[in-house]
Design a protein around this ligand. Structure first.
Ligand SMILES: Cc1cc2nc3c(=O)[nH]c(=O)nc-3n(C[C@H](O)[C@H](O)[C@H](O)COP(=O)(O)OP(=O)(O)OC[C@H]3O[C@@H](n4cnc5c(N)ncnc54)[C@H](O)[C@@H]3O)c2cc1C
Length: 449
């Protein structure tokens, strides 16, 4: 019998296994896929370069992840080139000088900010055009503007930048200002998105060789502790141990279990005895969003020749933000973008060719005809992945994610849960996965002692 069986070899599972193995405990990691990394994955291209299909950017405060990267002898790299940001608003592309000193925003924060601004703009339009709606929502419109920002923008970075942009446009947000007053400002003042553009510089790090290199290095050191192609299909548990039934019928017994599956997948596994109903309800509230991460590969990073950074944002189109993710291994230009939310929902049901066309169309409108002929298109639709079932976007009801994750992390006898979605800090991010894996492993180690 193992001391601990860990389900899933994503960052959380690998970090948990490392923690326990270093303390001499008898551990196994059961991974359904034929690779480690989970939502961190590299695709190596024919010219030796690679694209990162999942988690990639290291944001401010990702200290535990950075420590692991360092321990594994890996290096971080910054953005490949400096240059100007391009913002496309109402069909017009604007070039915006990047600011060296503006604090970093992750791609998620950029997209969170984008959806927050979009919501505010829609509300402002409604206020202008629909008198009946305004009357019916008088009390709601009287809510504190700061509160509206903190509940409608999910990430702290986006909230901070929103405040800066708002202050730059209208002056500091007065204490006690209402949403109604804010909407009036939006209807009468300068365009918030243009203001955002001039503050939208992005200075992020990633790992040389791709974030997947971190997962490979962790797994290498764990050796045969990690088993690939080992899908857990059923969990039987009592107050002393658990039996994990694999797809081929094999049974793995352990005194403690750490499941690192995203919440919806974790609760949908058959359990004997069954999990309490509230777990299913809480997991439903944090149902994953739908994000398709996509890349256009060009002969060269043409945007650099034009003095652009490759980072762009637009107020319409299937792909609204892009980033230069070209790698040193090749001369080719890699332009990354996301299909998100409703666009991803409808486009994920269409063909790859159609999504490629939609991406090319978006970037051609932003960068011009020079972007019209990529060499190839690569994508990963995470909602179509059986062992992930979607990935988070900035589209959850306010507070839902961060309040339900920690509740779900409460152990059920010998069963423990870890992973990005259970983290109390950096929830949803790689840093959250790493911290949660380490913290839950520490609890398990104490229980075993
Ligand atoms: C497109 C995209 C972009 C992202 N960008 C960023 C970013 O730039 N920065 C950032 O910080 N975060 C980013 N993230 C989030 C980040 O990748 C995740 O938060 C993190 O990798 C999750 O790690 P985890 O170990 O918690 O879960 P996972 O990586 O999902 O690991 C769970 C593991 O369980 C396995 N599994 C599932 N079912 C079973 C089963 N039945 N039996 C056995 N094994 C099973 C899975 O195969 C998987 O390996 C991004 C995610 C996506 C999808």
């Amino acid at each position: 019998m193992f001391d601990c069986a860990i389900v899933g070899a994503g960052l959380a599972g690998l970090v948990a296994a490392r923690y326990l193995a270093e303390r001499g405990l008898h551990v196994t990691v059961l991974e359904a896929r034929d690779r480690v990394g989970g939502r961190v994955e590299n695709r190596v291209l024919s010219d030796g370069s690679y694209v990162e299909l999942g988690g990639q950017w290291i944001g401010p405060g990702f200290d535990e992840l950075l420590e692991i990267i360092d321990d594994m002898g890996l290096e971080t790299i910054g953005l490949p080139a400096r240059g100007n940001l391009v913002v496309r608003l109402r069909g017009q592309a604007l070039e915006v000088p990047s600011k060296e000193d503006s604090p970093a925003l992750t791609p998620f924060e950029v997209s969170d900010l984008g959806q927050g601004l979009l919501r505010l703009r829609r509300l402002a339009k409604r206020l202008r055009d629909d008198v009946a709606w305004r009357r019916a929502n008088e009390a709601w419109l009287g809510q504190d503007l700061r509160r509206w920002v903190s509940t409608n923008l999910r990430t702290q970075g986006a909230q901070r930048r929103f405040g800066e942009v708002y202050a730059a446009a209208f002056g500091p947000m007065p204490k006690g200002a209402t949403l109604l007053e804010g909407l009036h400002q939006v209807n009468s003042g300068p365009d918030l998105e243009s203001m955002l553009a001039s503050n939208g510089g992005l200075h992020q790090k990633r790992v040389h060789g791709g974030m997947a290199a971190v997962a490979y290095a962790l797994a290498d050191r764990l050796g045969d502790v990690v088993r690939l192609g080992a899908e857990v299909v059923r969990v039987e548990h009592d107050d002393r141990s658990a039996r994990l039934v694999l797809a081929d019928g094999e049974i793995v017994e352990a005194r403690q279990v750490i499941s690192t599956l995203p919440p919806r997948l974790a609760v949908s596994l058959p359990h004997q005895p069954e999990l309490p109903v509230w777990r299913g309800e809480a997991a439903d509230k944090v149902a994953p969003g739908n994000v398709i991460k996509a890349f256009l590969i060009y002969e060269r990073p043409f945007w650099r020749d034009l003095g652009y950074s490759g980072q762009s944002s637009a107020d319409e189109g299937a792909v609204r933000v892009t980033f230069d993710t070209s790698s040193d291994e090749s001369e080719r230009g890699h332009l990354m973008g996301f299909f998100e939310g409703a666009d991803a929902d409808s486009l994920s049901r269409r063909s790859v060719t159609l999504r490629e066309r939609a991406f090319v169309d978006s970037v051609t409108r932003t960068f011009g005809d020079v972007a019209a002929k990529p060499l190839s298109y690569i994508e990963r639709d995470w909602s179509a992945e059986k062992f992930t079932g979607g990935c988070h976007g900035a589209h959850f009801a306010p507070g839902v994610w961060t309040t339900n994750g920690p509740i779900l992390a409460e152990p059920e006898g010998v069963l423990h849960w870890a992973g990005a979605e259970y983290a109390t800090r950096f929830n949803g991010y790689m840093e959250g996965a790493v911290r949660s894996g380490r913290e839950v492993a520490a609890v398990v180690a104490r229980n075993l002692a």
